[in-house]
Write a protein that binds this ligand. Sequence first.
Ligand SMILES: Nc1ncnc2c1ncn2[C@@H]1O[C@H](COP(=O)(O)OP(=O)(O)OP(=O)(O)O)[C@@H](O)[C@H]1O
Ligand SMILES: [Mg+2]
Length: 119
Amino acid sequence: MLIKIDAIVREEKLEDVKKALNDIEVNGITVSQVMGCGAQRGYKHYVRGTELDIVMLPKIKFEIVVSSEEWEAKTIRAIQEAAFTGEVGDGKIFSYEIRNAVKIRTKESGYDALQSKFK
Ligand SMILES: Nc1ncnc2c1ncn2[C@@H]1O[C@H](COP(=O)(O)OP(=O)(O)OP(=O)(O)O)[C@@H](O)[C@H]1O
Ligand SMILES: [Mg+2]
């Protein structure tokens, strides 16, 4: 089973999360700078008691594809511990099944595409 994990974390947690993922030896990471809001909608603008707008705050998105539910759990745990502050805005982690992965160099697909020969 191929599972994708998307984690949206605080900008200042980039290095901590990267280190945590490196420590558990995931075989690939994609990182992007994104904008988003959660339950607080960034923060709210009020003018004379009327809510005007939502605000998108800069966040960091990690994308990791793993090849088992064990790796899914391990990866989520590592991100959760590294990204935690306890304050609102710590972020969210989403995981879902994906259909396929293809390693362009070797033409391997599925499980094989995600294995590392460098261990
Ligand atoms: N339901 C969602 N769908 C897509 N992205 C989300 C969702 N909830 C949160 N995010 C992303 O995660 C970022 C951080 O969300 P945040 O941690 O503020 O969630 P929250 O539900 O408001 O939790 P908290 O109350 O702890 O702040 C958002 O800026 C957004 O990019
Ligand atoms: Mg929030």
